[in-house]
Design a protein around this ligand. Structure first.
Ligand code: PLP
Length: 368
């Protein structure tokens, strides 16, 4: 029997462009005719230096990163940055206080971690469910905070900011792990942006940190040296062995983004893909239910339940089983939320999304 091609709608690690995988496969045993794999290459060799500079220059080009920002490729994942951010930045001002917006699992985790190093002010009333972004008019920002932190796209709950928070001059920090390079971003509005690569720009192991130069050199004395931005920035991410292979894969993905029209083209595609699924949900007469507010629905992660906001678990299982039979995998919602979650990162194509949409229509017709 002919096997159906697999379509990966996973939330991360996630689908990579096919051409990137093929290129990595071709170069796997002997990179650039050297007779060794990138896996075997010294991180101080001239060949790896070229890979690292290629990744950095593509990143700078794709995001139009101003010259007064450093770009680093670090280990420790997004979660490592939950610690690194306060360790490096909470000491910027004497009060050692930081403002956090908590709109989902990931910003909640970041805020909890920051509490180890200083005072954390959650700038809005606690949310009973992570389905909206509190209106900025009710935020109580602290002018003497060292920074304001938010997670630009909450991967678990599918809540995405479609605006950049206004902080009245206080340093703005954003976790862009799950919507990085899915749309253009004005880097100059931020003190720091970080993103794990394993959703939109590569594989697990490397985390990109983009930081304004004047914010370097303020780390707390207990900051582990590998997390110290000044040390890593001065050493071009080579204080210790970096995640070489992950950086190499990222350089291929960045090249793929560039060759496919850059962040503007990614945004156009992501708008089309996500509208296709949201329109279908909105027009399903309540068969598919997305609990997230209309003005903050994520283009990257679309969570929904079947029949009611609480879902119908038996029917959802049937939906997932049917999807798997059609080669569509990793659609199960996060264990804390349940239901279905469709992740539509850059490498997921329009055709992949169409295949899912037509399955959703068919499933609704059979079960309405
Ligand atoms: N931030 C966001 C938005 C995420 O989606 C994730 C993981 O999925 C993390 C942070 C944590 O990343 P890591 O598992 O690399 O520590």
């Amino acid at each position: 029997m002919e096997q159906k091609p697999t379509i990966n709608f996973g939330a991360g690690p996630a689908k990579l462009p096919q051409s990137v995988l093929l290129q990595a496969q071709k170069e796997f045993l002997s990179y650039n005719g050297l007779g060794i794999s990138v896996l075997e290459m010294s991180h101080r060799s001239s060949d790896f230096t070229k890979i690292l500079s290629k990744a950095e220059s593509l990143m700078r080009e794709l995001l139009n990163i101003p010259d007064n920002y450093k770009v680093m490729f670090l280990q420790g994942g997004g979660s490592g940055q939950f610690s690194a951010v306060p360790l490096n930045l909470i000491g910027l001002k004497e009060d050692r206080c930081a403002d956090y917006l908590v709109t989902g699992t990931w910003s909640a985790k970041a805020a909890k971690e920051a509490e180890k190093y200083g005072k954390v002010n959650i700038v809005h009333p606690k949310l009973d469910s992570y389905t909206k972004i509190p209106d900025p008019s009710i935020w109580t920002l602290n002018p003497s905070a060292s920074y304001v932190y938010y997670c630009c796209n909450e991967t678990v709950h599918g809540v995405e900011y479609n605006f950049i928070p206004e902080t009245n001059g206080v340093v703005l920090v954003s976790d862009m792990s799950s919507n990085f390079l899915s749309r253009p971003v004005d880097v100059s509005k931020f003190g720091l942006i970080f993103a794990g690569a394993q959703k939109n720009v590569g594989c697990a192991g490397v985390t990109v940190v983009i930081v304004r130069e004047d914010l370097l050199g303020h780390s707390l004395k207990e900051c582990p040296i590998v997390l110290d931005y000044k040390v890593q920035a001065e050493m071009n991410s080579l204080y210790n062995t970096p995640p070489c292979f992950s950086i190499y894969i990222m350089s291929l993905v960045l090249e793929w983004i560039k060759n496919n029209g850059g962040s503007i083209a990614m945004e156009n595609l992501n708008k089309q893909k996500s509208s296709m699924i949201y329109d279908l949900i909105n027009n399903s007469d309540g068969f598919y239910v997305c609990p997230v507010g209309m003005n903050c629905r994520s283009r990257m992660n679309v969570p929904f339940r079947l029949r009611t906001e609480e879902g119908d678990e038996a029917l959802e299982k049937e939906f997932l089983d049917g999807a798997t039979k059609r080669g569509m995998i990793s659609l199960k919602g996060h264990r804390s939320v349940g239901g279905i979650r469709v992740s539509l990162y850059n490498a997921v194509t329009l055709e992949d999304t169409e295949a899912l949409a037509s399955y959703m229509k068919e499933f609704q017709k059979e079960h309405m």
